[in-house]
Design a protein around this ligand. Structure first.
Ligand SMILES: [Zn+2]
Length: 109
């Protein structure tokens, strides 16, 4: 998983922007991150209008704070055998979704 990062002040930025959201620099790149994070918030989707997800309901979607910068949150589906809870540790994986290709999902660890 790669996340946009400012080369001047080192802040991670998501969603990608044309300039740094902290210092305004335009010297940005994409850097690999660990893919590890913590569930900050979640909800269970029981009726989906998103193509490729309609056959998978119910599913969990949530905000995950990445360990590299906990204030940076990524919105994604969350899956795993254990029940999802706030503060649960997760790791990223990529799963194919019809019409999208491989998309990031977070798995409970
Ligand atoms: Zn910056």
């Amino acid at each position: 998983m790669r996340i946009q990062r400012c080369h001047r002040c080192s802040v991670y930025i998501h969603h990608p922007e044309p300039c740094c959201t902290r210092c305004g620099a335009r010297d940005l790149g994409f850097e690999a991150v660990s893919g590890l994070g913590v569930v900050d918030a979640f909800t269970v989707v029981s009726r989906s209008f998103v193509p490729g997800y309609q056959e998978t309901v119910p599913y969990v979607i949530g905000w995950v704070g990445l360990v590299e910068q906990p204030s940076l949150r990524v919105l994604s589906t969350i899956s795993g055998d254990a029940a999802v809870r706030i503060g649960a540790p997760v790791r990223v994986a990529f799963e194919p979704v019809a019409g999208f290709g491989a998309v990031p999902v977070f798995l409970l660890t």
